[in-house]
Ligand binder design. Sequence first.
Ligand code: SAH
Length: 367
Amino acid sequence: MSQLSQVLREMISQEGPISVERYMALALGHPTHGYYMSREPFGAAGDFTTAPEISQMFGELIGLWAAEVWSQMGAPAAIRLVEIGPGRGTLMADALRAARVAPAFRAALSVHLVETSPLLSERQRAALADAGVPVFWHTSPADVPQGPAIFLANEFFDALPVRQFVRTQAGWCERMVGLDPAGHFVFGLSSEPEPYLSAEAPVGALLEVGAEGQRTMTALSARIMAQGGALLAIDYGHTRTDLGETLQAVRDHRYADPLENPGEADLTTHVDFAALGRAAKSTGCAVHGPVTQGAFLNQLGLAQRALALAKRAAPEQVGAIEAAVRRLAGPGPIDGPDASMGELFKAIAVSRRDLGPLPGFSEEPLA
Ligand code: SAH
């Protein structure tokens, strides 16, 4: 039994069932036993692999994207480059290296990493030791000092807790986690329906509401409106708000039961890009995309970047570079031997309206 299981069992025995949102928040972020607090989840030895860990090209293209956005902003003398949920710091290290081609941008930069995990903050410190720009750490985006800023978030929104509601005869009841007589975690429902939810749906339908993600997006967009800048978020998810459960647990590169051993598996949900877009628009910002990760990276010049890398690579590395291109941007399923992130993953950006079109987003937004 995981240590967190014991903590949650005691909590539920004393206070009664907790919401799925609270369960997810504790499973990931409990100060000592939370998944991100206690381990390094990425890579072959970890539980899952993210785009920056697949290839340096991902972070490099995003670094060039940020330099271009800064230039569209009128090249302000000071710009904060902020990454939320930076993992091992790989994306930022690759982005800063690529940005060497834009020395004026690098000279204007201060880097701000928003991270809740002390362990991952240490990894980021090591990855950025030679970055050559000032780097600061914060535990909340609200702590990033005022001023124009470019925000990056890769696989951050999928890690934020969601509320789940189930349609009953009486209305939408919140899904809770309780204990069965044997002491195992089980799903249940709140006794009173949620008075603010009125969407029509058949009895039994499930609705996920990413309230924390929407609050975060609203706050960052409001800041961009007031102080200038842009935000780029890349994640897996859907482009329309829809019914259905997407909460999933992944451990050791395999799906697991979300209620089994909380704290030892990654818990995520698919991001509702439509809801994030609405949150951003509510502040007056322009929303770019969502477009597929494949379309975004291809427009930024993934193929050219791969060719340039391959020219300098040893012959035996060329195959790996081509495989990375397919994995990052190719079509196809997310699982299996030909797994690819190109379609399920989406990119969305937010900016003030006066910034104009942003690089990577000239394709029609996905409906
Ligand atoms: N962007 C990285 C890591 C993705 S995993 C990559 O692509 O490889 C999610 C990251 O978000 C981890 O660094 C995790 O510690 C961080 N995180 C999760 N919840 C957070 C929160 N509420 N605030 C800040 N960071 C958070």
